[in-house]
Design a protein around this ligand. Structure first.
Ligand code: AMP
Length: 250
């Protein structure tokens, strides 16, 4: 079974995001970038499937600018076999990414796609669901456990009320949640080995996909700054302020 893992390059989760002066988006110049954390979990799961003899090949795919190659190399250093870069410099909306991924899935003959449940930059949480719909495949989202059988995949989903087990017919699209696994750090020898693993580069045109955006960002602004707190002298003063200033109690 070939497993495809779409991975996105995003601003590193530890970086404080700054809005550009012209409010057209967030500052990406000289900002540390990394693999989206949920994508790391997806790569880890696929590599474990390879190690367990369930997956025959793990292919990492990224759509974006040329420097998404670095993110693909990280996936290769974690243990993926090959990379595919769909190079496109403009904005890629989830529907465009899903269409690109569908084309790659069909080209590669993959049977399972494991994505992050969401990318921490746009917080869209859409790509996996759209991909499953476009392919007409079963989907399991927010997954914290995966078990592959011959003709089905059983997943445990993290839902509001607790955990839900779902049996999916294969082929399937799965999106992963935080508790699925703890991704490994790539070792130095594996980072060196990853440099020699192949990465195929193609464009949306090569895949016959129109990636023209359908949504226009009007402006991006910082959340309002929080007002400074005050230290109250007594419980009576606190109750008075809650009643008369904040007006949150009667
Ligand atoms: P989103 O729907 O944008 O929150 O992203 C959910 C998941 O879709 C991510 O964790 C990735 O697995 C995948 N994904 C989103 N954008 C891209 C991209 N540009 N290239 C590859 N995979 C992507």
């Amino acid at each position: 079974m070939k497993v495809l893992v779409p991975i996105k390059r995003v601003i590193d989760a530890n970086v404080k995001v700054r809005v550009k002066a012209d409010q057209s988006g967030v500052e990406l110049n000289n900002v540390k970038m990394a693999m989206n954390p949920f994508c790391e979990i997806a790569v880890e799961e696929a590599v474990r499937m390879k190690e367990a003899g369930i997956a025959s090949e793990v292919i990492v795919v990224s759509a974006g600018a040329a420097n998404a190659q670095e993110t693909l190399r990280t996936g290769l250093a974690m243990g993926a076999d090959r990379g595919v870069l769909v190079q496109s410099d403009g904005v890629l909306e989830p529907l465009a990414v899903a269409k690109l991924l569908k084309a790659v899935v069909e080209k590669e003959g993959a049977e399972l796609v494991i994505l992050g449940k969401q990318a921490i930059d746009g917080d869209n949480n859409q790509t996996g669901q759209m991909l499953a719909a476009l392919l007409g495949w079963s989907q399991g989202t927010f997954v914290s456990k995966i078990e592959v059988a011959d003709d089905s995949i059983t997943v445990v989903r993290e839902v509001d009320g607790g955990l839900e087990s779902v049996k999916l017919s294969r082929p399937s699209v799965v999106t992963v949640d935080l508790r699925l696994n703890e991704p490994r750090y790539a070792s130095l020898p594996n980072i060196m080995k990853a440099k020699r693993k192949p990465i195929d580069t193609m464009t949306p045109d090569d895949l016959g996909v129109d990636v023209t955006p359908r949504v226009q960002v009007l402006k991006v602004t910082e959340p309002p700054a929080r007002a400074a707190g005050v230290i109250v002298g007594s419980v009576a003063e606190l109750v008075d302020k809650l009643k008369n200033e904040a007006k949150v109690i009667k």
